[in-house]
Ligand binder design. Sequence first.
Ligand code: FUC
Length: 839
Amino acid sequence: MSLPNPTLLKVFRSVGFCFAPAVIVAAAHAEAPVSTACKHLLWYDQPARSWTEAAPIGNGRLGAMVFGGIAQERLQLNEDTLWIGEPHDYSHEGAVKHLPEIRKLLFEGKQREAEQLAGRAFMSVPLRQAPYQPLGDLLIRPDHEKADDYRRELDLDTATARVTYNVDGVTFRREAIASHPDNVIAVRISASKPGAVAFRVAIASPQPGHEVESKEIAGVPALTLSGKLPTAFPRYDREIETPLTYFAVAHLAAEGKTSRSGADPKSGELFVSGADSAVILLAAATSYRGFEDVSGDPAKAALQTVEKAAKKSYAQLKLDHLKDYQELFHRMTISLAASEAEDRSDIPTDRRIKEFTLAGDPDLAATYFQFARYLLIACSRPGCQPANLQGLWNDNIRPPWESKYTCNINTQMNYWPAEMCNLSECHEPLFGALEELAVSGARVAKTHYGARGWVLHHNFDLWRGAAPINASNHGIWPTGGAWLCQHLWWRYEFTGDKGFLLNRGYPIMKKASLFFLDYLVEDPRSNRGWLISGPSNSPEQGGLVMGPTMDHQIIRALFHNTAAAADVLETDTELAKQLREAAARIAPNMVGQHGQLQEWLEDKDDPNNHHRHISHLWGVHPGREINPRTPELFQAAQKSLEFRGDGGTGWSKAWKINFWTRFRDGDRAGKMLQSLIATSTDPNMFDTHPPFQIDGNFGGASGIAEMFLQSHLPLEGSDQNEPGKAYDISVLPALPSAWTSGSVSGLKTRGGLTVDITWNLGKPAVAAQEEVVASLAASREAAFDIRAPEGMVIRQIQAKEAPEPPQTRDENTVARIKTAPGGVYRVTFARGAARQNAP
Ligand code: FUC
């Protein structure tokens, strides 16, 4: 390690050190000035004509798609526990008896016979899991048909869906929020002229046998929706004895001297007229209380909620909503600029999406990023269900893929941004589900594999089904739970929360590891003593096999992470040793005949295979075992990615953004982002597979974050010796060259840094002014290598609260910084050699 150049370092050990605001730093040099506005807005000049044009709002549990119609406003409603089915053990009695024969057939190369036997004897009962259901529609019918100056917005800064228009000189305004603190959806309708507000309210539902009634609640008119889900369902070959019941209530309160409101006995609708403004509050619940308990009273819950919320003024509800939402949303800002970009904020968002280019509309990419954060806050809050394939939003009684939790990429992708993008709390629902899956998955581990611990295959539903579903050729894939355990470990790596690791993370990781210790088999076909996974598949192609590469990468990571967690907690020393020994015996990654990373044990990859899944690159992302420190494998993995091409479904493109950032190719990552936004995004900015699937929104945001900052590698040389405390941080490792200047603040790293970065990388003519500034705020004692962007060197380090002076090495491209809680470190990078007389 070279000694630091003393003129480069300024170490501040005391107070009195303050940074210039990030935006000013960039703007001072910026050719294309960075906008200081942090307001991100989706807007349209007409009402939504289809569901994927409507604006999503949500409070984690209740969701609505707001259409913004003039003659009729429609809020399509969801409640996140409304699912077909009932508590159920999906495991297949006697399955374990057939496991040795299935493996034997596969070892003998008899794939079809193995799949047939597994199809008969090894699959989930029933074969399919349950679908998520829509709740209904809140319909608001004003007394006018046509309007001028129409504008519809989804304001990400305030989590508000808004509509404004004029009718005969009167401006009407409608806004909808989904309040997490008050657990209601609230719609406020107002007009610029006193007494001009008049409309009717109805509730509808696609659920068979539902009932709508009007009644008075707390002195004002209200509508209720109630019912019981069906006891039979297509593709669900079982009578359901205790289907869920549901209840929703819409409560209408009007303001104004001449206001009249009530229920129309003929139509059953509510009405209001002559009002200055009116507020509709909607609450909903189901009888679901847990994956093994459906004894809840939804009417009681919804009525209590609405009555409580009705005691607050709308202004108070909104204030509480803003406080709650903005505490999360405002933790990050992002601003992107490109030299040829113009201000396109006056163009409707649907057109901007279609016309999107990286260089032409960087601001839309910034909005796309913040939209994903908005969505995660809206559909994944502590105490709620995790984000399913559609987050929280579904209008279909037969939703695509049942709108379940698919765990061979999709559910995990939903949570890739959670820690990194400063929304750690929104990760909670996933951990709640894992705790339940560790129970249901233990039954499957025993019944199907005779193993300890717990296992999850490629899907789960509200009832935490964990057995292999649909078909044996792709449903038997036992590493869904092991992959999800990565999220428990990430939570620890990012937050350093030992209590979480001890009480929640480690017990689940340990039991998942015990399963795989029992499940892995020695490959009898080789004399190398490799442990392999199987029966399994490489999602979702190639059929049932022994030893797909992805499984091995996931299981190795699980074993290493569990052993590291045991070290942190100073427990289970023997187990940690056993796990590390077993990990070393798992079949390694292999380079095949085309220079590719092999997807299977056999060297049979087809270079023309453009399948959407790129599973064998798991070790590159979200894993980390294949990286620049394993150059041969890293290169082979990149070749495999080249073979797969740039096409794919929304989520597949999103994954490719993340891969290319790990390969440090910002322009290729940018190309994939451009394709994701311009060709795999609905008018309302939802990702489309097609159809709508929310994973790509989250995978896209994670990819953007990884362009700016990466922290997945342990400090070189330290490996896992100091888990949670020693990381290699790359600043702007994969920035698309189009984004010549910009700033991002609030990104989180493993090891507990909060990072703000500003950059100005103008034309070569002004190279002297080019610079990147990263400000790192530490939350704990840790050590980091801060790596300069490609082609840059560290010009200056300013440190407040550094236990040791920072040291640079590798020709000033890397700085080793030791941190203390509360410490702040500012690193300035510039092109070319380091200046001798640093300012
Ligand atoms: C996996 C993918 C599909 C789809 C489904 C929900 O099975 O292969 O493309 O995303 O999940």
